[in-house]
Ligand binder design. Sequence first.
Ligand SMILES: Cc1cc2nc3c(=O)[nH]c(=O)nc-3n(C[C@H](O)[C@H](O)[C@H](O)COP(=O)(O)OP(=O)(O)OC[C@H]3O[C@@H](n4cnc5c(N)ncnc54)[C@H](O)[C@@H]3O)c2cc1C
Length: 585
Amino acid sequence: MAATSAACTRSVVSSPPQSDSDMSASSRRRQRGHAHLRALACCLVALMCPASAFHPRPSLASRARRGQGGRSVSSGGEELSINILRRQPPTYVEGGWTTLDLSIFGGAKEDTDTVTPERPLRVIVAGGGIGGLTLANALKKHGINYEVFEKTPEYREFGGPIQLQSNALAALEAINYVMAEEIMAAGTKTGNRINGLKHPFTNKWIAKFDTGSPAIRSGLPLTRVVDRPALQATLKHHLGPDHLHFGRSVIGYEILKNGTVAIDVSDGTRTYGDVLVGADGIWSVVRAKMMGEKWSDATKPGYETSTYSGFTVFTGVCKHRPRDVNEVAYKVYLSVDQYFVCSDVGRGRIQWYAFINQPPDTVEHMLGQAVPYLLERFTGWSLEVTDILEATLEENIQQRDLYDRPPAMQGWNKGPITILGDAAHPMMPNLGQGGCQAIEDSYQLANVLKNVKKRSRLPFALGVYGTPRLWRSAVVQGVSRLASDALSASAPLFKFPPVTIGVGAFMSFVYLPLLFTFLYMNPLSEEDRKTTMQRMSNLAEYEKGKSQHEYKTVKDAEKELDRKDAVWSRLDKEKGRFEEKPCPF
Ligand SMILES: Cc1cc2nc3c(=O)[nH]c(=O)nc-3n(C[C@H](O)[C@H](O)[C@H](O)COP(=O)(O)OP(=O)(O)OC[C@H]3O[C@@H](n4cnc5c(N)ncnc54)[C@H](O)[C@@H]3O)c2cc1C
């Protein structure tokens, strides 16, 4: 009997809602009639069977009770039967979400608009990158059903470790405190050290900046760098495997007459949800379709509306310990048409980026010969730069042309479809904020969705999420883009010492403090501010350092750096190291 029931329910499952345009009126009537008969038969069978017949495997039953069903076709029918008997929440089974409209049995028409514990919101997330995984964790916290579809069977990392800045860490803490602690423990604290801009030929500081003070003013955790695989593994671990679908990409969607979103997946299946979130990166299919853009097999979705930044980036990680590593986290060396960025990423490693102004798709600098190519391009630069390049193995270098896109002023949602992360605001990596903004997006989107009581209000709710996020991320996008253009355009000025001093003072005391105050505004809602308030109430213990080399404040690090710098420059002069080179521009 149980087997019959399972077979019947499976056939109900495989009859997804169709768009009106797909069917003629008569075939619609015919199908509806068949579906009603099948559903009636299944329910009769289900009601006649003892409940125990639907508990062939305890794990299945317990999963169904939680309203987070299994994914295999063989289990789908059994779980759906349990839902019919107990009016459990809709269950995701292979090919889509399922609920039965019991009004077909003559009962009152079910209210499908109201979000209830029995009929929670169903969110489909396209893309399991930093944004998609963070969103799934935030939805899980609020008890909202989700399914994440990720194109790649397994992650390929680009760019080595990632800077998770104070604003993003605070959002992660609010989503799942234990998870955030694990991520922070896996990372290396850089927010208690000095950062700055240096002259590539004199090796002198042009400007210094401090990310610790603005974080402390807002009660946020100090910035860290974390290896991407460690970050993704932790985000994944806290979700569990049940609702993550790897190797399955979203290829299109359709909004049905009843407001449900039907999502087409690359393996030919269709899935249904109340909301579709495009967290599928800069070449987002969801964004391109939502914006009504066309693309062909030869071009990526959204290619037409993207902008080449003018820069390609080589990036690598090497084993190296610069002498100022305890005091300095992040250094930028500026020149015309190219700049070099490096940062301590922990465990004796330095991560670096060489930004070079050149046309896109330039293949003359093939990987495999990157070190000699870069050493030639950076000839005469500070030994701090060339030492790092020489310490890097070819296999640890990657290259990518950098694209971004102007802010999506038309808004981030169309009906129940919305976007986040790079799909919404691809940006230059100059501020290290792309992933951080994706995390902020995810936190805010889940906060808005948790308050949705009626499905018909979803388009409005998604607007409430998207509008403030659009403005904030547009500023970050703009500043990130301006940074590369302004940095490389203003480099020639740095051969005039008074200009260097003036620009340096403006950046150190006005521009950069204002920028980080904006970036590190506390992004949390009032109810989530407990941790940040606690931190602020005990400034003496604020992220107290564990290691003897860890400075408590950036001011302490800067004081020590000034003392050491004086000694180093005397020793360098004696040894002929770091001689001032003639400025070639
Ligand atoms: C050199 C460099 C350095 C950077 N450094 C930093 C930094 O220090 N700090 C920081 O915060 N940010 C940094 N960024 C930016 C950061 O990497 C991105 O902003 C961040 O990864 C965006 O996350 P996302 O989830 O929106 O998109 P992505 O990370 O691009 O993830 C999108 C995911 O969607 C999947 N996908 C694509 N299409 C589909 C589809 N159709 N269906 C299903 N899945 C799909 C992809 O496989 C991918 O896994 C850097 C970027 C670069 C290039």
